[in-house]
Design a protein around this ligand. Sequence first.
Ligand SMILES: C[S@@+](CC[C@H](N)C(=O)[O-])C[C@H]1O[C@@H](n2cnc3c(N)ncnc32)[C@H](O)[C@@H]1O
Length: 281
Amino acid sequence: MNIIEYRNIFREVLSSKFKANEIDFIYKRLLSSFFEFDSTIIGLNPNIKFSSLQKKKLKNALSLIQNNCPLQYVTGKASFLDFELFVSPDVLIPRPETEELTNWVLKSCRNGQKVYDLCTGSGCIALGIKKNNPTLNVTGIDISEKAILIAIKNSIKLQVDVNWIVNDVKKIGSEHSYIDLIVSNPPYVYPDEKKNMHSRVLDYEPHIALFTPINNPVYYYKYCISFAKKNLRYGGKLFFEVNPNYINDIETLLLNSSFSNINVRKDIFGNKRMLSADKNG
Ligand SMILES: C[S@@+](CC[C@H](N)C(=O)[O-])C[C@H]1O[C@@H](n2cnc3c(N)ncnc32)[C@H](O)[C@@H]1O
């Protein structure tokens, strides 16, 4: 079977889940990611045949995708800003709205500042900030050791120097010196929202990265705000990605905890998805 005949199998098997152009995109992405074939190969070498090892890899990938596994976990790669990250089911796949938050943070940083990324996961925000402004002193914290191992792998691959710490946001204490800016995209999906979620997310992404406890949709924000209250310098900035359903609760928490000047932004889908606040002087 050649490369075109294999593509046809992908089209046939995945037709109930994806449009033809999406299937072709998936197929090409697998070819480039697994075998470093470039996107012109199907047109230029339609008769190319796969080795038995290559066939095995494609068959396994097809079965995973048919079972709703996200393409990023199949290839182990996800793009973020202008770079590529390793990802595994131990970390959330970075979302476009988090790229928007990272760009916003980057515009607010001044050279040499000390920046913390709480709940860092794959390290996408911390790495995006440090890669684009190497003068910053950036720390990424996550409770998951497996996530921090992925973040370390990413920083080695990208040659970006970030301080990685395994810790619980509920337990991080006081820093030796004040922090200029804190950013966080903590778990913010309320368990009730499960019923509207695709199995692509529910069955594959880590629940520790997604869900808040029942009856406490702002659980992680409370701890991040309490850490920021103690450790941000006066006039320092706090940035959050948020669940639009609970934005008012987060604003109230901030206003009751020495923060002001709350600035809310919408994401590309028009949802109120991120905010910044200033620590009162
Ligand atoms: C929504 S994910 C965000 C990951 C990454 N920052 C991103 O934007 O893609 C939330 C992260 O919070 C971490 N987390 C969950 N509970 C935590 C806790 N108590 N302390 C620190 N990190 C926690 C999870 O392991 C997960 O990596």
